[in-house]
Design a protein around this ligand. Structure first.
Ligand code: ZN
Length: 249
């Protein structure tokens, strides 16, 4: 059943020339990065009894308890050892052969770029970029990982803040606009590893005008009934098999 669907997915990829991929936490869990709700659960039972996952990554928590915020950031949001999986790699191949125009992601790990994708729209930012709040000097994830307590800028001494959209903070409108434009122009939209419940996922999906909507998720989502094709399987496996043979044709 799923094998037949992967064959159909392969054919849809073959027919399309303006593909956009929209991905959520499920893309990264196959690289060993837990979604942040499980991450907060793992972080501290004591703390998570008082602080919800959303609060732990909120602007208020960052301001009020910066030491705890950065401790959590280093331990549970930065995964230096994580590597791109077959889904990331296949998307990079689709971009290279000119079929895929954009990857829109809710993840903050930077694995799409590491796999070779260049047009990546990060709705929630990236742990690979961290900025001095005063002089805006840029720091990488390694700097943050090696820091202790609240990380300070080596130039001016101000706090270095992750370029990650925290709860209570608004999304970058330029990134969101670019995502809307990419989806509106696409002839195929692939949605993977997201339940589509979190803002702005559901709204973005409505911008799609094409007739090839493919959903790949381990479990069912609300959008399943609108899709051309729904595959409930591992993203890495589905992409590896579906993209195989496309490059030579
Ligand atoms: Zn500075």
């Amino acid at each position: 059943m799923e094998d037949e669907k992967i064959g159909m997915f392969h054919n849809l990829l073959k027919e399309s020339s303006n593909i956009v991929f929209f991905g959520g936490a499920g893309v990264s869990t196959e690289s060993g990065i837990p979604d942040f709700r499980s991450a907060t659960g793992l972080y501290s039972r004591r703390l998570s009894a008082h602080v919800s996952p959303e609060e732990l990554v909120s602007h208020t928590f960052f301001e009020r308890c910066p030491e705890e915020f950065f401790d959590f950031y280093r331990k549970r949001l930065i995964y230096m050892e994580a590597k791109p999986n077959d889904c990331h790699k296949a998307l990079a191949v689709l971009e290279r052969i000119g079929k895929l125009k954009a990857v829109i992601t809710q993840n903050i790990d930077g694995l799409h770029q590491e796999a070779g994708s260049s047009h990546v729209l990060e709705l929630h930012g990236s742990v690979r970029r961290n900025y001095c709040m005063d002089c805006h000097a840029l720091y990488d994830a390694r700097f943050m990982q090696a820091s202790e307590g609240v990380p300070h800028c080596t130039r001016c001494g101000a706090t270095v803040k992750p370029d990650v959209v925290l709860y209570e903070e608004s999304l970058d409108m330029d990134v969101l606009d670019a995502a809307v434009r990419a989806i509106s122009a696409a002839d195929m939209l692939i949605v993977g590893g997201t339940s589509l419940i979190v803002y702005p996922a559901a709204g973005l999906l409505r911008c799609f005008n094409g007739d090839r909507l493919v959903l790949i998720n381990k479990t069912a989502t609300q959008a399943d009934r609108k899709a051309t094709l729904v595959i409930h399987d591992s993203l890495g496996k589905v992409f590896r098999e579906a993209v195989d043979g496309l490059t030579g044709s």
